[in-house]
Design a protein around this ligand. Structure first.
Ligand code: BGP
Length: 482
């Protein structure tokens, strides 16, 4: 729908404006004050020539300065994750009081500044000890250990935090395979066990929802999928069905389960044909069915195109662009299901991500049409090679252009009737990317460091900071349409 300018409603008065981060990408202090390593910490260390999570953006030591800057920007929300191995260094057993105190200070500091904490329980940082002890997500033991961790989080912070998120982008962790170290014995082995891993993650998700109800009854909890609209390559029915397939097998399968509490016939069939279906034990079905969510949080950066892929075609794994030189992305092929292709109508970032603000509105409409739940946006952003210019500034007009177009689309989705209640772009300060160190920057605030030298880690407000500040402080009345 298009609307005349005078018919575009504003953002609701209590709309939450903020930004987003995750522990291993922003905190640093990877082995300090009792914290031990996570699987993803180790992963970042293995990426040659890339900044690791050892220092990252040093938020652990500079969080007061960072939340002062958030207050200056006028934020009313901040989405971040708690590090499991900072709270329970070995994944199970002894609690690290210094870690517990750190998040109390962070949460109290936010609340004192009028900023609502939105807390992710798990953002890729599985305690390394659990990977070494029983291969992490491959063992059902992780469900009990995750439950103990969640119990600690809800008991300590549940009265202060109104919104919790379960496992960040569980769907993408499975779809991308070897992206974050899940394929520790190769992609072929991972593909055989992926549905078992995913099932165990689903049980962890459901366990977290149930514990939240019990221990933090005033808080709301929801899942946070990576959401990528899937457009058909053409009106050819084969392509349209391929897009439907792609949508199901990369995201709707997960959302259906989290919202409806059971695997659909389609999912069961797909899991059976692509790997090994999960082992269902007594009580699993009941657990999954007993954990309806309160809202859905979505992370959206781009859209994809799907085309027909015949059964006799060669299968091909996705290949992410990891160095920011355009043209590296490898489009995956799933014979009999779909293949991903380029979108001739959209420009791409240097990392070959389609630039598609309207895709955000599409996502919000699509998810709300299917599930009829309130929505928040927990990630959306523009990764770029930013430059600190001789005037001591970062002129990131490209990021302003992108975020402005995205927020316009959020406003239009609200006009369409979608109940969106919070927007948190990725990221507040620069932080380390999942695969590209510090070279792929997303922040509204520049962090002065290079890949191999932490320099002074100074915080420098980018042009996008000032622009976003005007949007936030005017509740979207300034900076969007003029
Ligand atoms: C999301 C992750 C984030 C973040 C973001 C940008 O999928 O939840 O952790 O990193 O993507 O991705 P990247 O860092 O690879 O550019």
């Amino acid at each position: 729908m298009e609307y005349p300018a005078d018919q575009i409603v504003g953002f609701p008065e209590n709309f939450l404006w903020g930004a987003s981060s995750s522990a291993f990408q922003v905190e640093g202090a990877a082995e300090e004050d009792g914290k031990k390593l996570s699987t993803v910490d180790l992963n970042t260390r293995r990426k040659e020539g890339r900044a690791s999570s050892d220092v990252a953006a040093d938020h652990y030591h500079r969080f007061e300065e960072d939340i002062d800057l958030m207050a200056e920007a006028g934020f009313s929300s901040y989405r971040f994750s708690i590090s499991w191995p900072r709270l329970i260094p070995d994944g199970a057993g002894a609690v690290n009081q210094k870690g517990v105190e750190f998040y109390h200070k962070l949460i109290d500091g936010l609340i004192a500044r009028g900023i609502t904490p939105i807390v992710t329980l798990f953002h890729y940082d599985l305690p390394l000890a659990l990977q070494e002890r029983y291969r992490g997500w491959r063992s059902r033991q992780v469900i009990d250990d995750f439950a103990a961790y969640c119990r600690l989080v809800f008991t300590e912070y549940g009265a202060k935090v109104p919104y919790f998120l379960t496992l960040n982008e569980q769907n993408m962790q499975i779809v991308y395979g070897d992206w974050l170290g899940l394929a520790d014995q190769g992609v072929a082995e991972f593909r055989q066990s992926q549905w078992q891993i995913n099932h165990i993650m689903n049980l962890c998700h459901a366990t977290a929802v149930r514990l939240c109800r019990e221990l933090a009854p005033n808080a709301k909890i929801g899942p946070v999928p990576g959401y990528v609209p899937l457009y058909p390559a053409s009106p050819r029915p084969e392509d349209v069905l391929a897009a439907l397939n792609a949508d199901e097998v990369t995201q709707k399968m997960w959302l259906d389960l989290w919202v409806h509490g059971e695997y659909s016939n389609f999912q069961m069939r797909y899991m059976h044909d692509h790997g090994t279906p999960p082992e269902m034990l007594l009580g699993d079905t009941e657990l999954l069915a007993s954990a309806p969510v309160d809202f859905i949080a979505i992370n959206n950066y781009r859209s994809n195109v799907a085309a027909y892929c015949g059964l006799d075609d060669q299968s091909r794994e996705i290949g992410l662009n990891k160095d920011g030189v355009p043209g590296q992305f490898v489009y995956p092929k799933h014979p009999g299901v779909f293949q991903q292709t380029a979108n001739p109508y959209l420009k791409m970032t240097d990392w070959d991500w389609e630039i598609d603000p309207m895709g955000l509105r599409f996502s919000l409409r699509d998810v709300h049409n299917h599930y009829q739940l309130p929505l928040m946006i927990t990630e959306n952003g523009f990764g770029a090679h930013d430059t600190l210019t001789p005037d001591g500034r970062v002129h990131d007009q490209y990021r302003i252009d992108y975020l402005k177009a995205c927020i316009q689309q959020v406003q239009l989705a609200i006009n369409d009737g979608v109940p969106v209640f919070s927007y948190n772009p990725w990221s507040f300060t620069d932080l380390i990317s999942t695969g590209n160190g510090i070279s792929k920057r997303y922040g509204l605030v520049y962090v002065n460091r290079t890949e191999d030298d932490p320099l002074d880690l100074a915080r420098i407000r980018k042009d996008s900071f000032y622009w976003y500040q005007s949007v936030v402080t005017s509740n979207g009345r300034l900076g969007l349409w003029g």
